[in-house]
Design a protein around this ligand. Structure first.
Ligand SMILES: *[C@@H]1O[C@H](CO)[C@@H](O)[C@H](O)[C@H]1NC(C)=O
Ligand SMILES: *[C@@H]1O[C@H](CO)[C@@H](O)[C@H](O)[C@H]1NC(C)=O
Ligand SMILES: *[C@@H]1O[C@H](CO)[C@@H](O)[C@H](O)[C@H]1NC(C)=O
Ligand SMILES: *[C@@H]1O[C@H](CO)[C@@H](O)[C@H](O)[C@H]1NC(C)=O
Ligand SMILES: *[C@@H]1O[C@H](CO)[C@@H](O)[C@H](O)[C@H]1NC(C)=O
Length: 368
């Protein structure tokens, strides 16, 4: 065998190995393998890719192949990081400044009893995504000149409060009036943050149909926010209490969002960044009325959660919206992070805001 044919064989083998290792995880992923198994395959994929990259200079045809694969890898990195961005670990410890803990402390002051800290889970995969808590000035740079709309129920109000808290600073004089105006019952709220030319609208939209209507409104006015965060479910659960009806409403919302997206693309307007604010875990025994404890049972909660999955509204099921996973955050933070089993400590919404900002950074290919 001459040296040339040997080199040819090695080259062919390397290329074949690359193809096989690239294809296997993709095919397997289609077969709903367990998450760990997929991660294993992804690991194998990247190791092989690294080997291929090292071989590249020696084999010109592998080089062409790698060029075509690397664009897939960039895309893969982004979608991997979007999938990991909600992985938050909590540390909930007794508040050390409360030395003389009084066990008859009432519920409204119980949120002070524990100190809650959070950070993204630690693993090589998470580290590679370089998630970070954005400071006031980082967040201001990112949202400079943007129109942000947050639409939904009281969870969305708390999210809005946390976002403004970050942008304006918790000590800002304006925060007092923001709190008062934002929490007027059942009302919309709007603010212009002059310093960074950011407009923020909170839209009171307790039902999914209200979200659909506001999407239609943007379409009619041909004017779209840069960032839109939406979520609704708890009101429907309490007042309609019918998961198939919720499912139907979500499908309508999805089709209105999907019909809006190509419109913005063709008009060469930047497509809005869309997020879904998930439902919190409900802690049934802590809910504050008998009606809530009956209607908002674990069974119906799960039926509503399934409806969200079935509607394919979320990116992870092929839909348009990136999930802000309040469910996993409230589950991991636990009962010590809520006083009424439904509304959580502000720190949950602070974390959710940071998850959204990190997802925005990933989506817009930016880094700080
Ligand atoms: C809980 O404590 C606060 C102040 O510590 C008090 O204003 C409130 O009335 C108390 N609520 C109940 C139900 O005891
Ligand atoms: C701990 O308790 C003190 C006294 O009530 C309170 O001022 C402080 O905010 C609490 N810390 C946390 C993290 O809740
Ligand atoms: C916002 O953007 C404008 C123009 O793009 C710039 O002049 C201004 O300094 C920015 N402000 C902040 C706070 O980043
Ligand atoms: C939301 O939708 C419900 C049901 O269609 C309607 O009754 C209600 O007025 C709407 N609320 C808002 C704020 O648009
Ligand atoms: C629940 O909603 C579905 C779809 O809107 C409807 O067909 C069904 O009759 C409703 N079920 C009840 C018990 O109201």
């Amino acid at each position: 065998m001459t040296l040339m044919t040997m080199l040819g064989a090695v080259q062919l083998g390397a290329a074949a190995a690359c193809v096989v290792v690239v294809l296997i995880p993709m095919v397997m992923a289609g077969w709903h393998l367990s998450r760990n198994r997929i991660l294993l395959y992804c690991g194998v994929f990247f190791i092989t890719l690294a080997v291929c990259l090292h071989l590249t200079p020696y084999f010109p045809s592998v080089s062409d192949f790698v060029t075509s694969v690397s664009s897939v890898v960039v895309f893969d990195h982004r979608s991997t990081c979007i999938n990991l961005v909600n992985d938050i670990a909590w540390e909930v410890k007794p508040n050390v400044s409360l030395h003389h803990f009084n066990p008859t402390h009432n519920v409204s002051s119980s949120l002070n009893l524990y100190e809650k800290r959070w950070d993204w889970s630690k693993s090589p995969k998470h580290d590679a995504c370089d998630f970070q808590k954005l400071s006031k000035s980082d967040a201001s740079d990112l949202l400079n000149g943007s129109w942000v709309v947050v639409a939904g129920d009281s969870q969305a109000r708390f999210f809005t409060l946390s976002l403004l808290n970050l942008i304006l600073g918790p000590q800002a004089k304006r925060m007092g009036s923001v709190r008062a105006d934002l929490f007027k019952r059942h009302s919309d709220y709007s603010i212009l943050v002059h310093e960074i030319g950011m407009k923020l609208d909170f839209v009171w939209a307790p039902y999914v149909v209200n979200l659909t209507n506001s999407m239609m409104g943007f379409k009619t006015k041909k004017s779209y926010p840069d960032v839109m965060v939406m979520g609704a479910g708890l009101w429907h659960m309490l007042h309609v209490n019918n998961a198939s009806n919720y499912d139907f409403a979500l499908r309508m919302l999805k089709s209105s969002v999907v019909s809006l997206l190509p419109l913005t693309a063709s008009a060469s307007i930047k497509s809005p960044h869309l997020f879904w604010l998930g439902m919190p875990m409900l802690i049934n025994g802590m809910l504050n009325t008998q009606e809530k404890r009956e209607k908002m049972s674990d069974r119906i909660w799960h039926a509503y959660d399934r409806a969200l999955g079935d509607s394919r509204l979320l990116r992870q099921t092929g839909g348009p919206l990136v999930l802000l996973d309040i469910q996993s955050m409230t589950w991991n933070c636990g009962p010590r992070c809520t006083s009424d089993g439904m509304h959580y400590d502000l720190v949950i919404y602070e974390a959710t805001v940071q998850v959204m900002l990190n997802a925005l950074l990933i989506e817009s290919h930016q880094s700080l």
